[in-house]
Design a protein around this ligand. Structure first.
Ligand code: AMP
Length: 254
């Protein structure tokens, strides 16, 4: 049985209890609407730790676009079924008021890499991300935390934060899980129409193509994508595109 915890005080009691003493705690923070990408992180967490905690919190401070926040898929019932099936110990499902009792007066700001790639197109997005991750880390107190390479920039910024603040948490990167046709799984894929889903497959295909970035951008635009960026960094090619109302990101090793 997965125990659903809403109140931070309730979790703290469990975290400090005899039951968890000398146990290793693994943590998978998410915004819900689970797919196999989430399941892969959770599976690894279950294997590597005595106790596994998953959180679902659609974090408003990381949404720069109010429509994106409003439309973000929420599928708690089926999410909970997956957690039960996988035998996850705890689901942390906190409320905004408790997480942001400071009204978001306190925040974590990274001044360099967070301004690049997605940060250049989603102002203050990574402030929201780093702040919620720090809050959740301080609540859960995990030994290990699992993050997908799908959100590569996020993963690197979280690794950087842990190092900068001497946090004793091992960040475990997990490979990107893709659909059979190559599209990276994402909760936002649920928002694509059938037609958009068919076109979307060209995004990972072109990201992998041996072509200059400018040409990839042109090809994507011809297909109807609005392109935020296609950029190479540290041996990877990163991209962010809009298709209809949905924003997709991906990255591939070069
Ligand atoms: P989200 O619920 O979208 O915030 O994602 C929660 C975690 O799952 C993050 O660490 C993501 O990087 C990871 N994740 C999301 N999609 C995928 C995917 N397709 N493959 C691997 N990890 C993923």
């Amino acid at each position: 049985m997965t125990k659903v915890i809403k109140k931070i005080s309730e979790w703290k009691k469990i975290r400090n209890s005899e039951e968890l003493k000398n146990k290793t705690v693994g943590f998978v923070p998410t915004m819900g609407a689970f797919h196999q990408g989430h399941a892969s992180l959770i599976e690894r967490c279950l294997i590597e730790n005595n106790i596994s905690v998953v959180s679902i919190f659609v974090n408003p401070t990381q949404f720069n676009d109010p429509n994106d926040l409003r439309n973000y898929p929420r599928t708690l019932d089926s999410d909970l079924k997956l957690l039960e099936k996988m035998n996850v110990d705890y689901l942390l499902y906190p409320e905004y008021e408790e997480i942001y009792s400071d009204n978001y007066r306190y925040k974590i700001i990274e001044t360099d890499f967070s301004k690049k790639l997605c940060g250049a197109f989603r102002p203050k997005h990574f402030e929201g991300v780093l702040t919620i991750v720090l809050k959740l880390f301080n609540i859960v107190k995990p030994h290990k935390a699992y993050f997908g390479e799908k959100d590569y920039q996020q993963l690197k910024l979280i690794e950087g934060m842990c190092k900068a603040f001497f946090m004793d948490i091992e960040i475990v990167p997990c490979p990107i899980v893709r659909d059979e046709d190559g599209l990276a799984l994402s909760s936002r894929n649920l928002l694509l129409t059938n037609e958009e889903r068919k076109i979307a497959v060209n995004f990972p295909k072109l990201l992998k193509a041996r072509m200059p970035n400018e040409l990839i951008k042109e090809e994507l635009e011809k297909l109807g994508f609005k392109v935020d960026y296609i950029e190479n960094l540290e041996g990877r090619r990163f991209g962010a595109v809009h298709i209809g109302k949905v924003r997709l990101i991906d990255n591939v090793e070069l």
